[in-house]
Design a binder for this molecule. Structure first.
Ligand code: GRF
Length: 190
């Protein structure tokens, strides 16, 4: 069985979608969810879905090896960032080469980098009058949103779309593509 550990900071609708997709899957399972926010709605979702969820703070993540040691001990086949907002420390990137994957709600390299997250991305896309946007699923390296691109998918934007409507279109793409791409990565690696 291939095992995924998910990291999330917010609502966790992607987490729920991924857990549901792999529920009863014969080759892939979500073994745990980690969050850096103890009030994140993702914790409620995990409770409902009966998947173990753990909270860690900045000290545990950056100043001690608590999270690092946990991940090494768990030895997941893939660490998946699903709306996780902290930068991944270099030691973690080095310990899991090509095993950490992020989803970004825009077509990288556009609208990426520090500070480009959540609604800010969709507001910037709207502001610039883009006619299309989309999602980018990519490997994580030591710089925000710069690792190798695995998959992108696009959606059209009409001039009347609000940032909220753009976000909804992007979310729909995330739900459709993210679990399938994860499945493909895991099953391709043997
Ligand atoms: C998604 O749009 C994801 O691409 C981004 O953060 C959002 C998370 O949404 N990086 P949710 O927590 O999965 O609902």
């Amino acid at each position: 069985m291939k095992r995924i550990i998910l990291l999330a900071s917010g609502s966790g609708s992607n987490v729920e979608n991924i857990i549901t997709y792999f529920d009863k899957h014969e080759q892939v399972a979500v073994s745990a969810v980690l969050t850096n926010k103890n009030t994140a709605y993702v914790l409620e979702r995990c409770k409902k879905l009966k998947v173990p969820a753990l909270y860690f703070n900045k000290t545990a993540f950056l100043d001690t090896s608590v999270v690092f040691d946990f991940l090494i001990a768990q030895n997941p086949d893939l660490i998946v960032l699903a709306g996780f907002l902290w930068k991944i420390p270099q030691e973690l990137v080095a310990a899991f080469p090509n095993k950490i994957v992020n989803i970004h709600p825009a077509l990288l390299p556009k609208y990426g980098g520090k500070g480009m997250y959540g609604a800010k991305v969709h507001e910037a896309v709207k502001e610039n009058g883009e006619t299309e946007t989309g999602i980018t699923i990519h490997y994580v390296n030591e710089n925000y949103d710069e690792g190798g691109i695995i998959h992108q998918a696009k959606t059209n934007i009409s001039p009347h779309d609000t940032p909220k409507q753009i976000a909804e279109k992007v979310h729909a793409l995330e739900y459709e593509h993210f679990p399938k791409v994860l499945e493909k990565i895991l099953l391709k690696n043997g």
